[in-house]
Structures are given as C-alpha cells and as structure tokens.
Design a protein around this ligand. Sequence first.
Ligand code: NDP
Length: 451
Amino acid sequence: MAVSDHVDFPTFMEGVKKRNPGQPEFVQAVQEVAQDIFDFIGDKEEYHEAQILRRIAEPDRVVSFRVCWEDDNHCIRVQRGWRVQNNNAIGPYKGGIRFHPSVTESVLKFLAFEQTFKNSLTGLPMGGGKGGANFNPRGKSDSEVMRFCQAFMTELYRHIGPDTDVPAGDIGVGAREIGYMFGQYKRITNRWEGVLTGKATEYGGSQMRPEATGYGAVYFMQNMLKHQGMDVEGHTAVISGSGNVATHAAEKIVQLGGKVLTLSDSGGFIHDPDGIDQERIDWVKQLKNVRRGRISEYADHFTNATFHEGKRPWDVPCDLALPCATQNELNEEEAKELVANGVKAVSEGANMPTTLEGVKVFHDAKIMYGPGKAANAGGVAVSGLEMSQNSERISWNHERLGEMLTELMEGIHGKCVEYGKQDGGYVDYVKGANIAGFKKVADAMLAFGVV
Ligand code: NDP
C-alpha cells in the first residue's frame, strides 16, 4: 500500500518550481491547473495516494535533438528541435508542432501539459504532446523551409507513429510545412499512414480541419453567450492574430452576424471601424498565406482602417474578445481595460494568451471567460476525426464534419458548466475545464497502477 502524501498547494508549487528551473511558462501552466485540482481532490484519497497530480506534472519524456540544414547561400544552420510527450493515458500523444524563434523547452512543456487536458475534454482518445523548433520560417524561401522540415522529420520520425504520437500544425507550421514533413516521413519509412494531421485533403487530410480551431472558439463563445441568454449577432469583436485561428474566428463571427474590428500580428494591430467582412478576411488570408506579408499592409489597402505599430488591440471597445495569436498576449492592465470598456465574453483561440493576473480580472468582474484548453479544442477534435478517417480509409464531407464540430464544442461547454457552475449562475470555465479534463486522465492512470 502506497503512503498518502497530502502536501498543500504552495508546497506542491515550490516543488514544481525547483524541479523546472528557468521554465516560467511551464510553471505558470501547472499552477493554473493545480489550484483547481487541489480543491477537487481534497477529499479523494486515491488521487493523493497514487500521486496523480505530481505524475501528470512530469512529462512522460522530453526528446530534444539537433536539426542541421543548409540555407540558400550554402551556409550550414543549426537549430534545436523537441518533442514533449506529456501523457498517453487515454490515447496516443497528440499535439502540434511550432516553428518560431520564441520556442523553448519551457514553452513546449507548457503546451504539452495543456494539451493533455484539452484532448481529454474533447472526449476523444488522445493523449497530450507538443513539439517544435526555434526556427523562423518568416523570410525563408520555400526550398529552405522544405530542407528544414525534412531535416526536422529525419530525427522526429523515430519517436512518432499513428498509434504512438501524432503531431499536427501550430504557429509557423501550416499546410506547406505539414506536406514537407509528411513527404519525408513517407520517404524514410516507406509507409503511408496517418502520422500527422492537418494534411491537405488530397493526401488524407480532413475537411474542416483548417477552420476547426477558429470556428470552434466562436462556437464556444456562442455557447457561453446562449447560457446567459445572449447571442453573437449584433455584437462587436476584437481579435488578435491574423493566422489560421484568427482569420477563421473572424469568419465565423461575421457568419453569425457579429462585427470584427481588429486583427494583428507581432508588428502591431489594424482597426477597421467599418468591420472586417468576408471579402476583407479573404484578402488577409491571401496576404498571410500566399504573399506572406504583414498586417500593416491592410491599412495601406483599406484606407478607412488604421495601423497601430507595436500595439495590441485590447484598448479598442468591444463586446467580445478573442485572443488568437500567442501565449501571454493579454495582461492584467489590458484585461482591466477590456472590462472597463464593457466586454461581455472572452474566448481564447490561442493557448494561454491571458496571464494569470488577467484571468483573475475577468473572474472578479464575472466576465464569461473561456480558457484556451476548452475554447480552442475544436482544432484537435477535428484532428482526432482525421485520425479516425485515416484509420478507416474513408473521408467524411464538410457538412458532416461541421455538425460534428458544433456538437463537440457543445459537449465541451457542457462539461465545463457541469464542473464549473458557481452559486448565482456564474460559470468558472477554467475550473470546469481543469477538473473535467483532469478526471478522465487521472482515472485512467489509477487503472494502470504505478507506471
Ligand atoms: P499562425 O502561425 O497561423 O498565426 C499566428 C499569429 O499569431 C500570426 O498572426 C503571428 O504574427 C501572431 N503571433 C505569433 N507570435 C506572436 C507574438 N509573440 N506576438 C504577437 N503576435 C504573434 O498560428 P495559429 O493561428 O495556428 O496559432 C495561433 C494560436 O492558436 C497559438 O497559440 C496556437 O498554439 C493556438 N492553437 C492553434 C491551433 C491550430 O489548429 N492551428 C489549435 C489550437 C491552438 P507574426 O506573423 O507576426 O508572427
């Protein structure tokens, strides 16, 4: 019989900090989840005895490797790649690959940790992982990106597989990069198998995958609003980012009768008081995905819009806010500004975009706040459906997948309400998502014994 270990929350966090020096993003992510879990497991001896929380906060493994490639000037470049396999209690590791200069082990550990709970919330059999490299695709030629992707996969392929670990895209990894990596995996292994998701539909990709994260974040927003008797229609929305998630979130807001006022990138944000309609969203998609330009060009092209260099969009008054760029892009001051300007709901398309202090501001003001691990789970959910289609060698149509996505987001919202309902009708979606996500993984781990 194992000995029960009831450490309190501060002692637990001390240990996490000590074991993960120089990894602030990871510590922040663990802290955010652990404070809710501590309340939940307070009287549940079996979780303490099996040290479940301590085990979930320790990745199954972190693989780090050298990625050597040759640029167009024949210079040899050296990057660092990682795959963090956090937890496979309920299914194969699953989570995106990020190529961005800001990628570190801490960032990927935080993302893999979050992914574990997010994947659990979808109800599909997927564990949590994340990978990436400190490589910046911006400004690189297609050939350079191809050589980098091939070099990256030449090491990664030995750690992944359709029943082991199934990566997908993330920041800096879109259809082009997935294509290059899938091609290299197929070349090395001589196997066509569903080892990556986010593939193009010509070679096993799923309909609806590109739209799924952004649309899903808006469906989550819609569910939160409905729960309080409101709707998206007629409301203004401020969105950050201008990539895959942001542009599709904007598209769905417009389809539901809302008005999108902003988009951004790491250079600043554009504010279009007339609203960014479908035609303008298509222009942004072309700008970002084909011309690989900067969002500042929007204000040169649509002259009623203004560009705010080096700034984030959170001081623009709005009803709805959707952070869809990156982690820690909405801080305490900005959260206060949103609340002062009358924001009604926040739904996170990005992963952990709001700082812990910012989240507290939303909670104290009783703003509907959907954390990324619930609100942006639509992307990985459709990735899970891509895995199913690949295994069965079938493909479902856009309409059917659209219905499945809508149902999945409704289901995730329902689980958050079940565990996050507070006196007075307010829903603590963070608590709801953390507990619902944790419970399924924890119960599977209990079933396996000490492994
Ligand atoms: P993209 O690469 O398509 O777009 C990222 C956007 O965020 C770009 O506009 C980029 O601007 C901006 N951005 C990146 N880093 C920063 C920064 N440090 N400061 C300001 N802006 C920044 O990525 P996605 O749209 O796929 O991902 C966006 C977020 O959504 C990420 O947090 C990702 O983890 C999360 N997510 C994505 C999923 C998906 O299916 N794609 C699934 C679930 C979550 P710039 O071009 O200047 O870098």
